[in-house]
Design a protein around this ligand. Sequence first.
Ligand code: OXK
Ligand code: ADP
Ligand code: MG
Length: 581
Amino acid sequence: MCSIIELEKEVDSETKQPVLTDGFHLFLDALKLNGIDTLFGLPGIPITDLLRMAQAEGMRVISFRHEQNAGNAAAAAGFLTGKPGVCMTVSAPGFLNGLTALANATTNCFPMILISGSSEREIVDLQQGDYEEMDQLAIARPMCKAAFRVLRAQDIGIGIARAIRAAVSGRPGGVYLDLPAKLFSQTMPEEEGNKSLIKVVDAAPSQRPAEEAVERAITLLKGAKKPLILLGKGAAYSRADQEIRELVEKTGIPYLPMSMAKGLLPDTHELSAAATRSYVLQEADVVVLVGARLNWLLSHGKGKTWGQANGPKKFIQIDICPGEIDSNVAIDAPLIGDVGSCVRALLARIGNDWAKPSQEWTGPIAERKAKNLGKMADKLAERPSPMNFHSALSVVKDIVRDNPEAIVVSEGANTLDFARSIVDMYLPRKRLDVGTWGVMGIGMGFAVAGAVVTGHRVIAIEGDSAFGFSGMEVETICRYQLPVCVVVFNNNGIYKGTDKNASGGKDTAPTVFVKNARYEMMMQAFGGVGVQVTTTGELQQAMSEALASGKPTLINVAIDETVGTESGRITNLNPAKAVKK
Ligand code: OXK
Ligand code: ADP
Ligand code: MG
């Protein structure tokens, strides 16, 4: 077990030869030198000893039940800390399990490094059938921002430096690092080894926009009659919270937060137009995109969502990645740089005499917003039995308001969509969700990372289907005694629980689960608190207790199985909708 640690000591004391180091230690030292103090992963050949040693050397090692969840944790840690989150897996199958998380991190622009042990190169490359044989580097390369393999101990320092820099510089993303098993036991003189390590200087350098680009953007913005600011998760990632707030407040321009930008300004801010989203997207004439892409979540910047009938919009786009510009529609004023630098450059040109948008624009927004908020408040006040999404989420909304520091994780279809509009966020980078891919399965990995890297309470708002993808990690949550409160919205199935088998056969419909499943018992099985609730009062009490105690808790919320829309608010993306009656 500790053989390698002992072996090194033996070499040191018994042979009296120059002190040697090995691949294991060089690797850990390289990470530590760069401030990486936590590893997410799952032990097995060839990384078991490595994880033991990491722990022995004072690193935090969070060991999961499935690599995808460890990978998701690393990705979320990257977003939350701005340092690459590191996930370690075994070869072939473990690597593949982690790969989905790496690809998702890259899609979301989260900095993460997936490090997998791999089998003997000589055998893999001749396809001679090694244990867990796979050409991992080739498979990873198209799934991430960069991929490297280290074959020699003296290159470990360079390999880690390249991985860190690739993950966090420019547009952040996922990096794959392939470490063949033989690398770990390679030795070299310690002194030489130490010299080979690199402390990365200025890994994510600030990137300032060009003067003329700022000028172009300001001119366009000054001419706007109905300007709108759209904040994306790139804005949240950039940690330019104060500057962004100033931009909104100094210009008086209404803003829309994308889901993970919620809380950059409190959702209760008077300039938030979230409650009248369709109206502002259709009516705005100049839109400032701040770290947000015009992808499917924004209907690619065109069509009905964008009020095509009102004529073309003008866009100012702040992004660190020049290639993003014009990816869907023409961008009139690209502003390339990091969000902080770009917004500061704009602010330098926005004096106190800046003409705020007229009543003609802000009046109807305020009116519609008040109307929608009023309607929502009425719905949230209803107390149907069984509970529906609105009544249960009204409880979560109040709990989050009272615990604004808590990290909120959210996934599902209806659960995700309702939670996004109902649960207000008050602080930046507190909300983690399914992101750019709309992927299910991020729940427990993100929740673990949230608790581990921030030390704050975590509230995971989970559809019953979504929870199932990573549910086994409740054991991980209990093992590390993390202050995670998982709230499962249990409506007996995907979307809802009432679908019928169209053939009349005895199998349940593909979207339907075991009725009234006792998810809370999963948490009880590992020593955590599990509660089943059927009323808002019980939910309120269970959540309050979980937040107060910080004990791992799973609350199984019985939701009316007849409520829930197919695919939530993205029903239109279902191809069958075109042929269904
Ligand atoms: C918003 N709204 C509100 C409020 N907030 N009304 C009252 N009060 C409050 N607080 C209004 C808002 O103005 C919109 O109404 C409506 O609620 C919906 O708002 P929102 O923000 O949710 O907007 P919309 O249109 O749903 O946004 C589009 C979207 C979003 C694509 C950005 O749906 C999204 O992020 N979707 C991700 C979905 C996803 O990934 N799902 C994975 C599921 S997998 P109007 O009247 O102004 O429009 C799955 O289901 O199947 O595989 C599957
Ligand atoms: P959302 O889904 O919230 O709209 P996206 O993930 O689509 O957000 O967009 C994030 C954008 O932010 C990406 O285009 C990315 O290049 C950009 N980005 C990430 N970090 C920064 C940063 N520090 N400065 C500027 N842009 C950034
Ligand atoms: Mg469900």
